[in-house]
Design a protein around this ligand. Sequence first.
Ligand SMILES: *Cc1c(COP(=O)(O)O)cnc(C)c1O
Length: 496
Amino acid sequence: MFYNSTRDSDVRVSSAEAITQGISADGGLFVPDSIPLITPEEITKLGDMSYADRAAFIFAKYLTDFSEAEIHYCTDNAYSTKNFETESIAEMSHLFDGTYMLELWHGPTCAFKDMALQILPYFLTTSVKKINLDKKIVILVATSGDTGKAALEGFKDVEGTQIMVFYPEQGVSPMQKRQMKTQEGGNVGVCALKGNFDDCQNGVKAIFTNDEVKEKLSSGGKMFSSANSINWGRLVPQIVYYISAYAELVKDGEIALGDKINICVPTGNFGNILAAYYAKHMGIPVNKLICASNINNVLTDFINTGVYDRNRQFYATCSPSMDILISSNLERLLYLMTGRDDALIREWFGKLASEGRYEVSDDVKKMLSDEFWGGFCDDKQTKETIGEIYRKFSYTCDTHTAVAVKVYEDYKRETGDTTKTIIASTASPYKFSSSVLEAIEDAKSEMDEYSMVDRLAELSDIPVPSALAELKNKPERFSDSIEKSDMKDYVLAHLL
Ligand SMILES: *Cc1c(COP(=O)(O)O)cnc(C)c1O
């Protein structure tokens, strides 16, 4: 299998090259040249395998330049109880009749980003070896919270890599800040920036493309790569858990092989729901993909009208990992829906860059509404939903997951569809204790972060993840805070 660029179908690279490069030189995203299929017999077979073996089976269809041993080296290291608090890795819990919560947050940083960022470092180092690059990989990350910590944990002490994360000093939650400041590992760096998330992101992009930095890096035997969700190496691990969940439901007798399911995903950058789309087109019987947004509802409007328009107010919400107005992975979906029309993709995404808006063709609009259903909810409804399912089902969920639950309820009411549904649960409620506690107790808490975690533990059936409990006693290792203008010098001083 080879990988093409969404902006130039003539680009043709191996998976190792796609993963190492991260993004194509023309600005497009790498996409496999076909979607491999999975047969009903294979789905049955997966039911009896461990999560790591299910992952290896699916990766073999996409990473055809990797040997079986290389794939198993990656999956066995990433998906074990060393890193995840449940044997099943992706735990499924029954919420109410016909609705299953796919809990993707039992990894080291308590958000679903771990499902991909635990394995990406192994994909990357294996890829670098395969294409004989003989270079140390340097990962630079700008984060608004979850991605930075998940990348740090993934790359921590991985041989042949170094990682540096920048976060906005005032722009992350207290728990997220603690998580990053106490990060362990000999190859990691964390630095606060006196600025907002955009300043971090712009600074990192400028360093990535700075010739002086690149040259110095190269003469020191190093090169940059990317750990954000434009990298195919972050998308392919996400396909696995949807297929795994379907195989699990069949095995447990919750559905019969061939029965359709819906998949509902709380969406930001469109990576997680695009993985569900891939699972569907590989052969998992899916009725609707339900795309749930918070009040930054650019995707709801897009699915309903075919017009993508980022010219709108940006809101900071209680589901911050979905506060996004440009959903990068949509480019991959549209490339597939236009029959891999790279010229059309260049036109639309050129318009997005220059005018902030584009409108897709009528046949793409039809495909969008056939396959997807879009909905959104605001912070008030998010918190009401957390309170409601806590009282009705004794289940505690985080703010992002609550957005998905609410949108799914709206979907059911509007369509009358009773197809069994998997809801992607993307973060531990303890990661957003303040909002979750406020929702359950119907009052804002004045407690500090750890007291809130303790209070939530009294109310909830879910044990406190050990990674968050341990934070309390960990020493802070990283306290640097710098001006935007000093980023480049900081990187040169610390990474060379
Ligand atoms: C990143 C994130 C999302 C959004 O996922 P996308 O792949 O960007 O759509 C949702 N919930 C949580 C908790 C996240 O960290």
